[in-house]
Design a protein around this ligand. Structure first.
Ligand code: PEP
Length: 260
């Protein structure tokens, strides 16, 4: 872990309807009141239709959660049926956007160019962008992961105006570890985190926060954060239950307190 404040983001994906999302937000509020995370910044990324209610509950019950969108369209407005703009998200009180999650890349044909365009739109609007990168299993089998991730980073970040650099967080999410129960080893995460920091620094983003995502849970979070040199986590499945999400948050918090 660098000296940056840890960040834990819960990606709820296409789970939890309005009622369930509000319930989980409230449960998190109660748990965080009893077990406050002193050092860790916490963000949740609900489905679009839940965002308004989650933002309201967070504000009215003073729950220490930021709210992210899982995706956004890079255009300002117009004929983009089914899409949502950065201005719409800002109006709702959203502060973060996940950009280029591997599911968007694989299932919705989001190529590097679209990721770059989206990332630029997000930061230009003043929102924080979590740039997701990571290799497929066949790339890892051929030891091509460093080159793959470097390409994704360069494509998205090369030439980024320096005014926007502080709005960027990078999430390393090997595709083979997402939702599979297979976690990358501490050593694999450590090596990739170092590689990401080196490539990012060469692009002007020295000190950028690097998160890990891929089957993180309450049991493995402490070991990953200790060995992996990450600044926090992007969590899918384990963020859908308040207790398991809290356990991950506490691992980050304890680790940060120890290292300070
Ligand atoms: C994710 O989708 O970003 C993710 C990391 O999912 P999971 O934690 O379920 O592997």
């Amino acid at each position: 872990m660098s000296t940056a404040k840890p960040l834990v983001i819960g990606n709820w994906k296409m789970n939890l309807d309005l009622v369930e999302a509000v319930h989980l937000g409230q449960q998190l509020g109660v748990l965080l009141k009893n077990h406050p995370a002193e050092h860790t910044q916490i963000v949740v990324a609900p489905p679009f239709v839940d965002i308004r209610s989650v933002v309201s509950i967070v504000a009215s019950e003073r729950i220490p959660l930021g709210v992210a969108a899982q995706h956004v369209n890079p255009h300002d407005n117009g004929a983009h049926t089914g899409e949502v703009s950065t201005a719409m998200l800002k109006r709702l009180g959203v502060e973060w956007v996940l950009v280029g999650h591997s599911e968007r890349r694989a299932l919705y044909a989001m190529d590097d160019a679209a990721v770059t365009q989206t990332l630029r739109a997000v930061v230009r609007s003043g929102l924080n962008a979590v740039l997701c990168v990571g290799e497929a299993p066949e790339i890892r089998e051929e030891s091509g992961e460093d080159e793959w991730v470097a390409r994704q980073l360069r494509s998205a970040l090369d030439g980024l105006d320096e005014r926007f650099r502080e709005l960027i967080t990078i999430a390393y999410e090997p595709i083979w570890a997402i939702g599979t129960g297979l976690t990358a080893t501490g050593e694999q995460i450590h090596d990739m985190t170092l590689h990401i920091r080196t490539v990012a620094a060469a692009l002007g983003l020295a000190g950028v926060r690097v998160l890990y995502g891929g089957s993180v849970n309450g049991e493995n979070a402490t070991s990953i954060i200790a060995k992996g040199d990450v600044d926090g986590f992007l969590v899918g499945g384990a963020s859908l239950k308040a207790e398991s999400f809290l356990a991950i948050i506490q691992s980050c918090d304890d680790c940060y307190a120890l290292k300070r």
